[in-house]
Each structure stands twice: as C-alpha cells, then as structure tokens.
Design a protein around this ligand. Structure first.
Ligand SMILES: [Zn+2]
Ligand SMILES: [Zn+2]
Length: 186
C-alpha cells in the first residue's frame, strides 16, 4: 500500500475492526448472532480462516467472548492490560510470523485448528497489545449517536470517527441535514 499511512499495522487494524464488529453483534439493536448461519456469515465477512465447527458450542463460546471484549472499551489502561494478558494467558498464545493466501507476513498467536472463539480472543488481544503499546486507547470509543452503545475503533488520521459502523454516521448526517433545512426555513 503506497501513500496510505495507517495508524497501526494492517493486521492490527483488521483485527480491531473485527473485534468491534463482534462486540457490536450484541448491540443496541438486539442479537445479531442468533444462530449458526449468522456466525457463518460473520466468519466470511471478516475474512476468518481455519477451524470452523458450525456447532452450537462454537456459537456459544463466540457469544460469550463479546462481553469480555466489550469491557476493554470501558476500562482504564491497567484494566485493559489485565483483560488482554488474561486472554493471552488462557489461550496459551504463542506469537509466530506466518503467511498464507498470498498475504504478507503477519502475526498469528494460535494454531489454525484452535477453537474459533480462542482464535478470535487471541487475535483481538494481540491487536489491543499494539493499542496499549502505542498509547492509543483513546481511539476506543462508544458511538455518540443518542441511544446507541455500540463500540467504535477510530482508525482515522485525525481522530474524527464518532459513530459506529451500524449506520449511525448516516443517521447523524440525516439529522444534521434536517436541522440545517429547518433552520434555513425560519
Ligand atoms: Zn493470517
Ligand atoms: Zn452507533
């Protein structure tokens, strides 16, 4: 990639985006991982590879990971470190540079045959390691749209992202547009 300076390494940004999306499947608008097909769709949408059991047990453990990850958005630095270290320890994470599907070398800290929820936990934890080390926890926010409590990862250069990816940015733009129109009429 030329000319595009990212805030974090590419794999970190992908993992942060996926972690936020996973947390937000238990979002303000209800359960978005209601069944195995929904998890399959999430798996594909976020480019997951490796073991995928398509089982109720897998679905349950992925769902159970969400409140734990969500806490990362609400804790201070010490609290985040405790959660992240806990996730890495429990999963026996072992960072290894690896390449597959013509991707550049990137870090994996679990084997592809580890359970999906374990790999999701470790991939997220490794990304949060980068966020903590770069002192960028302020990029983890809660959506500012009224009534929305979805999590946001601000990967913008100018730290301007205020709304989640579930449509709140558009909703806020429409609201602002209507307010401007109403103001212009008076
Ligand atoms: Zn990979
Ligand atoms: Zn939102």
């Amino acid at each position: 990639m030329t000319g595009v300076k990212m805030v974090f390494a590419h794999d970190t940004e992908v993992a942060l985006t996926a972690a936020a999306a996973l947390v937000n499947t238990a979002g303000s608008d209800g359960e978005n991982l209601p069944d195995i097909p929904a998890l399959d769709a999430f798996f594909r949408a976020y480019g997951w590879t490796g073991r995928h059991d398509h089982s109720q047990a897998e679905l349950r453990s992925v769902r159970e990971l969400r409140p734990r990850l969500r806490r990362i958005w609400h804790e201070d630095e010490d609290g985040v470190v405790e959660i992240v270290n806990g996730l890495l320890r429990e999963s026996n994470a072992l960072p290894q540079l690896t390449t597959h599907n013509d991707e550049p070398y990137h870090l994996h800290a679990t084997s592809p045959d580890a359970p999906l929820a374990t790999r999701m936990a470790v991939e997220a934890a490794m990304a949060f390691v980068d966020v903590v080390r770069s002192r960028e926890l302020s990029r983890l926010r809660i959506c500012e749209y009224p009534g929305c409590s979805n999590v946001v990862v601000d990967l913008s250069k100018n730290r301007s992202k205020r709304f989640c990816d579930a449509g709140c940015g558009n909703r806020a733009a429409v609201t602002a547009y209507r307010a401007r129109k109403a103001a212009a009429r008076t």
